[in-house]
Design a protein around this ligand. Structure first.
Ligand code: SAM
Length: 233
């Protein structure tokens, strides 16, 4: 089998959360086809004490626990190699986006660190993390689902994963526009007909109609991204 285009390793306290995600749907197919490699690693396997402790109380007091630096350092050091980008999933990180997914899809090995409790010891962030990424302005109980979100969106950018690459250019956020409305058979459903133009076979007209729907929806729902919009040639 050929070398995967992107390899993902996830350091987590909950590897079981990724079992279904790694084997189902397009990610499962992409792994089977050898286009990507994705593996979860249990942080407890990198502890050296008999109780496999991964957290401790925060210096300075306060609520919750903090993930200890030693097991994380051991895990990262044993899984990274030259050229690896180490990503920490964190709500105070850089917001995740399609441009970031495209950028990460060019990196052959992504090592993702999922936090738990109040997060990880700051010294790991200073010494071993290359990028910090957030999947949105809300707080999850741990970073494993956030890692899955990144893996999913990045894998879609890997040639061959979607099957039909044109899908990518039709997605929301391509050229900073939201997606256009989609219809399939029947032509009429509960008294609502498919827009006439889509049945016309006139590809130029269809393209113009879709673009105008995209502009309208983006103007209504996401005026913040509209300024970045690229007009189709
Ligand atoms: N005390 C941290 C803060 O306020 O930034 C939140 C810790 S959160 C309860 C536990 C872990 O979940 C984090 O270390 C991070 O790995 C993950 N996490 C939570 N929300 C996230 C988000 N929006 N994006 C990415 N990771 C997130």
């Amino acid at each position: 089998m050929s070398t995967p285009v992107v390899e993902f390793d996830v350091i987590t306290l909950f590897p079981g959360m990724l079992t279904g995600f790694f084997s189902e749907s397009m990610i499962g197919r992409a792994r089977t086809a050898g286009l990507i490699r994705a593996e979860a690693h249990n942080l407890r396997d990198f502890t050296t004490d008999r109780w496999h402790i991964t957290d401790d109380r925060p210096f300075g007091g306060g609520a919750g626990m903090v993930m200890k630096p030693e097991p994380l350092a051991r895990a990262i050091d044993s899984l990274r190699r030259p050229g690896t980008t180490v990503i920490y999933l964190t709500p105070d990180g850089e917001p995740f986006s399609t441009p970031l997914a495209r950028e990460f899809a060019q990196i052959p090995h992504l090592l993702m660190v999922s936090g738990h409790y109040e997060g990880i010891d700051e010294r790991i962030r200073e010494t071993r993390i290359d990028r910090e990424v957030s999947i949105g302005d809300y707080v999850l109980t741990n970073g494993t689902l956030a890692a899955a979100v990144l893996i999913d969106a990045i894998s879609r950018q890997v040639p061959g994963v979607l099957g039909e690459e044109k899908s990518l250019t039709q997605d929301s956020f391509h050229h900073s526009l939201l997606g256009f409305p989609q219809y399939t058979r029947p032509v009429e459903f509960e008294g609502r007909a498919v827009p006439e133009v889509l049945l016309s076979g006139n590809h130029g007209e269809i393209e113009r109609w879709r673009h105008s729907r995209q502009l309208e929806k983006t103007r209504q729902r996401r005026p913040d991204i509209l300024s970045k919009t690229i007009q189709p040639s």
